[in-house]
Design a protein around this ligand. Sequence first.
Ligand code: IMP
Length: 441
Amino acid sequence: MSGQNVTIIGLQWGDEGKGKVVDAVAGTCRYVVRYCGGANAGHTVIVGDEKYALHLIPSGILHSGVRNVIGNGVAFDPAVALEEIEGFRSRGVEVGDENLAISSAANVVMPWHKLADRLNEQRLGSGKIGTTARGIGPLYSDKAARTLAVRTGDLLDADVLTEKITRIAEVKNTIFSALYAHDEPINAEAVCGEYLDYGRRLAGMITDTGAVLRRAIAEGSRICFEGGQGSMLDIDHGTFPFVTSSPVTACGVPAGAGVPPKAVGCVVGIAKAYTSRVGAGPFPTEQDNETGNRLRERGHEYGTTTGRPRRCGWFDAVAVKYAAELSGVDELALMLLDVLSGFETICICTGYRLDGKDIGPFDSIPAAMGAAECVYEEMPGWDEDIAPAKEFSDLPANARAYVERIESLTGRPVGLISVGPERKQTILHNTQLKAPAQCNT
Ligand code: IMP
């Protein structure tokens, strides 16, 4: 393990179950940090009888003694954050400046970002990306444009915020009217009032989180970086343009959190035992048939954020190996293995063929995805209910063979196997991660 920090990222198209793994690791860490994406993410953590749906707040919030950080790379929606904070407080989970810090340099999702996301998708019609409509793409566009961005720190200064909102609203009104014939002007004064109120309510938590984390590194505190979405949705390395708008792989950690690249530490790549995708874009192993429907129903594959039914298909070892190589993944966590119980045979995609030729591991995988044919290997399934399994040896032989085949195809050990949504339904296998008792920081 190259350092004590842990970075947890998705290796497919999101919804791999990162929240459960972050939750399992969080208790061994002093900090849990979000560095990319925003309220487009959706994690579900189940503790006992309680189910918590998280969008913006890091998954460490359910552990006492963990400081949670929303880094500068996050698309910060204060309305969503406050709703989640109030939701936690009403269920007895303390949230305050002791355990949540928000970067003053994070860019703020404004009402016009959500409107632009919706209008833009409408304009694209059948060519749409299928976004979550959370304003993510328009926010990151404005971040890159610089003069149209509002940062979290601005919410604390009435003069700065009023000047920015008044000026930006004028530009947005012109664009909405010209491009989308949308002639309902933004009420800049009302938006100022609303966002100043958010600033007042969040004031104690807004700070320079990069400085906080660099101090934590100097002191030797253990940090968990929590990825959002999945590697194949990465703005640079995913199936562009059917991607999200931020760098979601482990490569995004340093810039999105304000820490040196070495701080990334041990990289755990999360993959489902099959594949799902929500929204448009290439998906080579998609099963738009009875198999896909069965995976969707067994895996409850409906979006946490939007409720949309997810597209489902077989495990794609080519995509997962690509994503693992890109982020330097040390080990995999294989999620939702229980969903595959009852399939007579299970297919794994072991290669792509394009124009009669094999695609090699270092060819452009995302570019090939739109047209490549999958080469499948069939493996025998198992009928047993594996949800109660506690050890690797409790799994049926065919399930163990499936896990081992994934290890050999991706060249990565499977550190952890999830066989159900609850914390206890987790099998530790070939993991290098420190157990909670070994972590003293
Ligand atoms: P956006 O991030 O809302 O702009 O959406 C861009 C694409 O990423 C769409 O296909 C979304 O469905 C997908 N996406 C964004 N966030 C997530 C996520 O957390 N899980 C799965 N898909 C996501």
